[in-house]
Design a protein. Structure first.
Length: 256
């Protein structure tokens, strides 16, 4: 599992899965209310040089590369989330972000300047004179609407007061010594903590623990073992469900 994007208002996830041995990338949508998984129908077999940008308004957006050495994104391919079928393509544009009325894009062959607004369903240009500051403001304003129902954890690093408080709680309840950083979220029924323990090989094991509000342990799972460093957004909560990826290969959801 390489990348995950969420279309929260419509209940869709977009997933990017990469196989470095075969130099293949695959892309899926997952409809969260009924766990319906669907693979996008890509028109060509050489998928390694494609990547997931976003999913919005039930449309998945992929990118190609203009300069593979620099990783510069070029091209926008749009697919229907509910069928996996290609909707439209803009090979000369690059994805910038999502706003209320559609997708913001720019031409990488031209000097930085004005951006375009594309209609999400068909890729038609709606507006072509959007300044960079205005584009950034539109994306930021719409971000609050898109993800208002999604709860991401707070990241606390070692040395911060909240880290020490949660660490002491975990040490008491789980008889362990969390290190480096942890992620914490609280709902009206549960406490969710992603934490790290040092291994004998000086690596880190990442665990996910869920407690009820009385401190009773409900779940304690290994997210990833023998890793070199800490991550962020190791889980999220949406529609009273807890979502996370285990060992970069398994997508899991638990009802809270």
């Amino acid at each position: 599992m390489w990348r995950i994007r969420l279309d929260a208002p419509n209940g869709w996830l977009a997933l990017e899965v990469r196989d470095a041995d075969l130099l293949q990338a695959r892309f899926y949508t997952l409809h969260l209310p009924d766990a319906q998984l669907l693979e996008l129908k890509l028109p060509d077999p050489n998928t390694w040089w494609l990547g997931l940008e976003d999913v919005h308004d039930q449309v998945v957006y992929l990118h190609g590369y203009g300069d593979r050495k620099l990783g510069q994104h070029k091209g926008i391919r749009a697919f229907a989330a509910d069928s996996g079928i290609a909707r439209w393509q803009q090979p000369e544009l690059a994805f910038y972000g999502v706003e209320e009325r559609g997708v913001l894009a720019y031409n990488i062959t031209e000097a930085p300047g004005e951006l375009l607004l594309l209609e999400s369903g068909y890729g038609k240009t709606v507006q072509n004179d959007i300044g960079q500051k205005e584009a950034a403001d539109r994306v930021q304003r719409y971000h609050e609407h898109r993800f208002g129902a999604v709860q991401y954890p707070h990241l606390y690093r070692e040395g911060e007061a909240y880290f020490e408080q949660v660490r002491d709680f975990l040490a008491q309840e789980l008889d362990c010594e969390p290190v480096s950083a942890l992620e914490y979220a609280e709902t009206d029924t549960c406490l969710v903590v992603s934490y790290y323990r040092k291994t004998s090989e000086n690596k880190l094991d990442n665990f996910l623990a869920v407690f009820d509000l009385n401190g009773f342990l409900l779940l304690n799972e290994l997210l990833a073992g023998a890793i070199d460093g800490v991550g962020s957004d190791t889980f999220f909560i949406f529609m009273r469900n807890l979502y996370f990826v285990q060992n970069k290969t398994t997508w899991k959801a638990y009802s809270l």
